[in-house]
Design a protein around this ligand. Structure first.
Ligand SMILES: NC(=O)c1ccc[n+]([C@@H]2O[C@H](COP(=O)([O-])OP(=O)(O)OC[C@H]3O[C@@H](n4cnc5c(N)ncnc54)[C@H](OP(=O)(O)O)[C@@H]3O)[C@@H](O)[C@H]2O)c1
Length: 501
């Protein structure tokens, strides 16, 4: 990767967790690897009262815990941190934005660099609109968008809480920024294994010919966690898994595994193909929500072998009668030539037996078995498993003759693991995404139509739930594989969840 353009990055909400746990550790890694030019600066903007040195100290401590480049040498960090500044500010006070403008323009002049600014919204979403107003009213965008430099805005998830709120926020952002300036983050897309889905499909001649409804029986996408809601109760109880995982990460994984090949591997072509795919997903009627969507909420149980877990309703900040979903499983269909008739089973949940994110592609059963005793039922289907976490890699389950005098067929795995096949640690998702933002490459970010179409699908489910009877929660034990109804959803089609570990 090449050295990046000189730029100034402004992080709103810089006193918060995301800035400390992900953004600054990623920026430090990129700097440490030599991708930053000598001219750059990072400005933290938040209400907490701090001076530059206090802020730098919090960043130092946090990088020492969360950065893959830790431990951080003090002198080395000093070279990095002289580029970091902090402004104690208010999100709804125009004076704060005017001071910010004066500050970053002076810094650009000091470094003799163009007015290249990146505005990163790392606050709770309730503050996004005030920040966009502040940026607009202080002239931070209009002044530098005259050929002298670039402005980009980065928006964290959640982007809205349903179709209408996402559209409203998006309209607001697009009233100030152009689409090509907007980077909507889904950090899953920054993960190496997620990007590898496209490499696997389109850099190998042998898979694409069988990647369709003639050969594939069904596809399962799972993102399962053994952890509970932790300290995110306040946010999570309003979101549920449906918004926290399904609307963004799961739909993105689905679109990568199912999209048509783009004409070129660039942002517009890939996003054009993804939108065609998203529009082909069959919308959910209320009846579909009833029959093809299962929601769950965890009860007490034992996780990670011996840890006793409380129920969701006993977690900190969660109302005792909460009906928020901590698990969702659904079946959907893509109505196009490639996928007609192939069910996609998608599930995500908390407090599940094992932590894993994967895509399992099940090929059709043999049409006929040559091997008498091994009836067709006994010979397992070929399955390609793309593991996103943990143990990133890809495996293919095939049938092989087991040793001995008899012709017995047993399943074996051909596997590739990132850790053993490639040397060095891959960049963290946020490193990759921040690099692309500075580079101006939108390939790994949602475009308006992608984001809103995903919301349409999920809003159908959310609205469906509102008109169906309230669920009887909790309905699965912590440390189990999820609600029984989720097993029924797939078992009644003669299939089972890919619970292999
Ligand atoms: N943390 C993660 O791993 C993660 C992952 C994915 C996405 N996100 C998203 O990234 C954004 C930031 O996450 P975060 O965990 O850093 O959030 P956070 O710690 O709750 O908030 C970040 C900062 O925003 C300011 N803030 C908090 N509540 C506010 C309020 N009600 N009004 C105005 N300012 C407020 C605070 O700074 P001051 O009080 O100093 O102004 C706080 O330090 C959120 O939208 C979150 O959903 C986070």
């Amino acid at each position: 990767m090449a050295e990046l353009n000189p730029c100034g990055i402004v992080i709103f909400g810089a006193s918060g967790d995301l800035a400390h746990i992900k953004i600054f550790p990623a920026l430090y890694s990129l700097w440490d690897e030599g991708f930053f030019p000598k001219d750059f600066f990072i400005t933290g903007f938040a209400r907490t009262k701090m001076d530059d040195n206090q802020f730098r100290k919090t960043i130092h401590d946090s990088i020492n815990i969360h950065c893959r480049k830790k431990p951080v040498d003090a002198k080395h960090f000093k070279d990095f941190s002289k580029h970091i500044h902090y402004l104690s500010s208010n999100y709804d006070d125009i004076k704060s934005y005017k001071s910010l403008k004066t500050f970053i323009e002076a810094k650009s002049a000091e470094y003799s660099m163009p007015k290249n600014f990146i505005f990163y919204l790392s606050t709770p979403p309730s503050v996004y609109e005030s920040i966009v107003d502040g940026i607009e009213n202080s002239g931070l965008v209009s002044d530098n968008y005259k050929g002298d430099g670039f402005s980009r805005i980065v928006v964290e998830k959640p982007f809205g809480c349903d179709y209408d709120s996402a559209k409203k926020l998006n309209d607001k952002i697009l009233s100030v920024f152009q689409e090509k300036q907007v980077y909507r983050i889904d950090h899953y897309l920054g993960k190496e294994t997620v990007q590898n889905i496209l490499a696997f499909r389109f850099a190998n001649a042998i898979f694409e010919p069988v990647w369709n409804n003639k050969y594939i029986d069904h596809i399962q996408i799972s993102a399962l966690e053994s952890i509970g809601v932790g300290l995110r109760g306040g946010y999570f109880n309003n979101a549920g898994i449906i918004r926290d995982m399904m609307q963004n990460h799961m739909i993105q994984l689905l679109s990568l595994v199912a999209t048509e090949p783009p004409a070129f591997f660039d942002a517009e072509d890939l996003r054009n193909e993804k939108i065609k795919l998203l529009k082909s997903i069959r919308r959910f009627t209320i009846n579909d929500v009833k029959n093809y969507v299962v929601r769950g909420q965890y009860d007490r149980g034992i996780v990670d072998d011996d840890e006793e877990a409380v129920s969701y309703r006993e977690e900190k900040g969660i109302p005792i009668d909460s009906i928020t979903d901590t698990y969702v499983a659904l079946k959907l269909f893509i109505d196009n030539y490639r996928w007609a008739g192939v069910p996609f089973y998608i599930r995500s949940g908390k407090r599940i037996k094992k932590h894993k994110t994967e895509i399992a592609i099940y090929f059709k059963k043999l049409p006929y078995s040559l091997f008498g005793k091994n009836s067709i039922e006994k010979i397992e289907q070929n399955v390609i498993t793309i593991t996103i976490q943990p143990n990133e890699g890809i495996s293919l389950k095939i049938g092989a003759k087991s040793p001995g005098f008899k012709m017995e067929i047993d399943p074996v795995e051909l596997s590739f693991f990132y850790k053993s096949s490639f040397k060095g640690t891959p960049p963290e998702a946020y490193e990759r995404l921040l690099y692309d933002i500075m580079e101006g490459d939108q390939t790994l970010f949602y475009r308006t139509d992608n984001m809103l179409t995903a919301w349409k699908l999920i809003t159908d489910i959310i609205n469906g739930w509102k008109s169906l009877p309230a669920p009887s929660f909790p309905n699965y034990e912590s440390g189990s594989w999820g609600p029984k109804e989720a097993d029924d959803l797939i078992n009644k089609d003669g299939r089972t969840w890919h619970n292999e570990i």
